[in-house]
Write a protein that binds this ligand. Structure first.
Ligand SMILES: Cc1cc2nc3c(=O)[nH]c(=O)nc-3n(C[C@H](O)[C@H](O)[C@H](O)COP(=O)(O)OP(=O)(O)OC[C@H]3O[C@@H](n4cnc5c(N)ncnc54)[C@H](O)[C@@H]3O)c2cc1C
Length: 288
């Protein structure tokens, strides 16, 4: 998948497209601009863990200690320092004592994703979102440095080759013209953006900040790291999982699609690749 950014499409030649495609899996956020070309592509997804609860595992251990010991709140931090928290947290996770991990939350910055992804992500109700507004942020040709709004090209279309990609890009260019036309007819400015955006596609790129607590994150990974999840949200979930594993390795040690720890919940729709999936997520470690 490539986010095509603000480049014109008509002059795109095969060499440029090939380079963009080949690079899409290797280069993160690196613009690809060949001499004399206006085509600019960047690899899709950018995910940053912006912030999380300080010492997340310590806080979880403190909350759980309160449940199981006669300690008062003044003794909790002391108790936690003097015992093995990793084993304790592993036990909590194995027991399913998940309320303890609701106390810690993680905030991500995400960009290079489509509006189509946004529709799926925001179905997760135990999460908080701030999304770049198409009402306040205009997408006219003049407002975009390269003359076109940012958009996501699905991998399947990239794999069809340069002609298919050129067709997709030409459709995006046409949409840009429709959008500009409506902004002009509606008098420009915020009110115009509000209604002109109705012609923008699901492919349009968006940026957002999302916060989830660890319990919701584990649930999100159950559903969205699964091979049955749509590719774009699956890629996002996998990136998020890597990041939280760095911050709270014990809590997310066994996080991932449901089939890591039990039978596939998809029944007849199962991808049938449980051994491969288990191997893959066993290997997704922090910092990889
Ligand atoms: C492979 C796949 C295919 C999908 N296909 C479709 C589709 O075709 N159409 C469609 O509309 N959606 C579809 N979805 C989205 C799906 O229906 C859920 O909306 C989405 O996955 C969020 O899951 P959730 O409700 O469990 O999570 P969250 O909203 O994050 O909630 C987390 C958990 O909190 C609890 N909870 C939250 N709110 C309530 C509540 N009001 N009452 C009781 N308990 C609550 C539940 O236990 C829930 O599992 C699909 C999802 C996946 C993964």
């Amino acid at each position: 998948m490539v986010t095509k950014t603000k480049g014109t499409t008509d002059k795109t030649n095969n060499r440029t497209l090939k380079t963009a495609y080949e690079s899409s899996n290797k280069i993160r956020r690196m613009p690809i601009r060949l001499e004399g070309e206006s085509y600019v592509a960047k690899a899709t997804l950018k995910v940053r863990l912006l912030q999380h609860t300080p010492e997340p595992e310590k806080l979880v251990a403190m909350a759980a200690r309160l449940c199981y010991s006669p300690s008062g709140i003044d003794d909790l931090a002391e108790d936690v320092i003097h015992s093995d928290q990793q084993q304790f947290i592993k036990k909590l996770m194995d027991m399913g004592h998940y309320t303890t991990i609701e106390h810690i939350s993680f905030t991500f910055g995400v960009e290079g994703v489509s509006r189509s992804l946004l529709a799926q992500l925001t179905r997760h109700r135990i999460a908080s979102f701030s999304v770049q507004s198409q009402r306040y942020v205009g997408e006219t040709r003049a407002q975009n440095k390269q003359g076109i709004f940012d958009y996501i090209i699905p991998e399947t279309i990239l794999q069809l080759g340069p002609e298919a990609v050129a067709e997709f890009e030409s459709q995006m260019t046409r949409i840009q013209a429709w959008y500009d036309g409506w902004v002009q007819k509606l008098g420009g400015g915020r009110v115009a953006y509000e209604d002109a955006r109705f012609v923008l596609p699901n492919a349009a790129e968006t940026k957002l900040v999302v916060t989830m607590n660890a319990r919701e994150l584990r649930h999100f990974f159950d559903l969205r790291c699964c091979n049955r999840a749509q590719w774009e949200i699956r890629n996002l979930a996998e990136q998020m999982l890597k990041l939280v594993k760095e911050a709270a390795p014990t809590i997310f040690r066994d996080a991932g699609p449901s089939c890591l720890s039990g039978p596939c919940p998809e029944g007849k729709l199962s991808c049938g690749k449980m051994p491969e999936v288990r191997k893959k997520f066993g290997m997704i470690k922090s910092g990889e």
